[in-house]
Design a protein around this ligand. Structure first.
Ligand code: URA
Length: 460
């Protein structure tokens, strides 16, 4: 294989054959293709794109670089969800135990913070003792016992993605539809799923900010999943403001726990319930495309995939405490302090806390998520280098919502920091992120559309 020739062809707008992709990824995996050649190729892909055939070949080679989970012995539908990443997005912490409480097996493999977005693993690890680094064998054992595990990407699962992901993060090649699609789907398909729900973010805080492009990303991933026997549905959700109120690892873990206790903010609860409904419907109707495509809110038919019936079940699993109990069991099984459920003050606490007041009266027009996410990273709550340690205590709780009228000097947020400099940084970020003025807030709908292999269903 003459790698410079492959890079040159891609650079000049040509395509590699499926066999070339397979050999290249295989050679990269065993170390005979160096990182610098792969980095050059990734940049060529970023600039020139990939054909459908190339994207499929890259995905298959990435999945084949590692092992696959086989959870068929559990006798349960195996369904997961993946978000393309956002600010304040703690949905997974509520969703995984809730979906398991509804009878699904959920082997959730998550990531760390990337760029301005937070990561589920960092949020979970703010719970004292919680281990996300389970081996595949430990994961299988926990799945058999509890039906849910929340773990990091193990070295056995799509190892080439792990290396490519780290390289893309430092070579400005993250925001590329085929590369994002292959990265996400390689991990998910290796989980041996019978169904997958994708939460594709839209708006200024998403990686892909453009609405048409986020739909293209959703459709690319759906096609890759469906073509490989994994029924896949995507919801297009809003990331033009943070989700919920808390942004920052321990603060978000606390808000997720409040949601499991029935005291979560409305947007977080609505989005989580909508995604779990999709998961349960997929789990119960795998292979029955007619039921999977039925519209939300349609009249009850009593069929297992009936959304009205499923939504009632999901809300009951939340309000009855079943999901909270599942979360407690999972935290305990993964070495965390289960007391966190009754007493979130066992989470690490920030040294400095300051209230942020409205500098003027008017209407809250925007709460800009990217500014907030970047500030959390700068305050120590995320990484700028891969070996940085994360301070779980820092961040914001922003109670002001776009559209809300406020008076001058009204409290809008709290800043949590490790020192006075962090508080000052947080205050500057809020000055920039929270726009107050006259007029109306223009907001994306919380859930704009449901996308399946059959088409796009606008929900708002
Ligand atoms: N999440 C992933 O797993 N991969 C990407 O490339 C982007 C978000």
């Amino acid at each position: 294989m003459f790698v410079p020739g492959l890079i040159e062809r891609k650079r000049d707008g040509g395509a590699l054959t499926p066999g070339e992709w397979r050999d290249l990824v295989g050679a990269y995996h065993i170390g005979t293709v160096p990182d610098y050649q792969m980095a050059a190729l990734l940049m060529a892909v970023f600039l020139r794109g990939m054909t459908r055939e190339e994207t499929a070949a890259l995905l298959d080679a990435m999945v084949d670089s590692g092992r696959r989970l086989d959870l068929s012995g559990l006798g349960l539908p195996v369904v997961d969800k993946h978000s393309t990443g956002g600010v304040g997005d703690k949905v997974s912490l509520v969703l995984a135990p809730l979906a398991a409480a509804c009878g699904l097996a959920v082997p959730m493999m998550s990531g760390r913070g990337l760029g301005h977005t937070g990561g589920t693993l960092d949020k979970l690890e703010s719970i004292p003792g919680f281990r996300t680094g389970l081996t595949l064998d430990e994961t299988m054992a926990q799945m058999a016992k509890l039906g849910v595990a929340m773990i990091g990407q193990t070295p056995e699962i799509a190892p080439v993605d792990k290396r490519l992901y780290a390289m893309r993060d430092v070579t400005a090649t993250v925001e590329c539809i085929p590369l994002i699609a292959c990265s996400i789907m390689s991990k998910k398909l290796a989980e041996g799923l019978t169904g997958l729900v994708l939460d594709v973010k839209q708006g200024s805080g998403a990686f892909i900010t453009d609405a048409a492009k986020s739909l293209e990303l959703a459709q690319t991933m759906i096609r890759l999943g469906e073509d490989r026997g994994c029924p896949t549905v995507a919801l297009l959700t809003a990331m033009d403001r943070p989700l919920g109120r808390a942004c920052g690892n321990a603060l978000e873990a606390e808000e997720a726990i409040m949601a499991l206790r029935g005291e979560g903010p409305e947007d977080l609860v609505e989005e989580t319930v909508a995604e779990v409904v999709e998961m349960v419907v997929l789990g119960r109707t795998s292979g029955r495309a007619d039921e999977r495509t039925s519209v939300p809110g349609h009249r009850g038919t009593g069929a297992p995939g009936d959304r009205v019936v499923v939504e009632k079940e999901v809300r009951a699993a939340l309000s009855s405490g079943k999901a909270a109990e599942k979360f407690r069991q999972m935290v305990e099984a993964q070495g965390g302090n289960p007391a966190v459920l009754e007493d979130p003050s066992v989470l690490p606490q920030a040294k400095e806390v300051e209230v942020y007041y409205a500098p003027r009266g008017g209407t809250v027009l925007r709460v800009e998520p990217r500014t907030i996410g970047r500030a959390v990273v700068e305050m120590g709550g995320g990484r700028t280098k891969s070996d940085d340690t994360v301070d779980p205590t820092v961040g914001f709780v922003i109670t002001a919502r776009p559209g809300q009228p406020v008076h001058a000097s009204e409290p809008l947020a709290s800043i949590f920091a490790k020192d006075a400099a962090g508080i000052a940084l947080g205050r500057r970020a809020l000055d920039l992120a929270i726009e107050i003025g006259a007029g109306k807030a223009e907001l994306l709908p919380l859930i704009a559309a449901r996308v399946t292999a059959q088409g796009v269903e606008r929900l708002a």
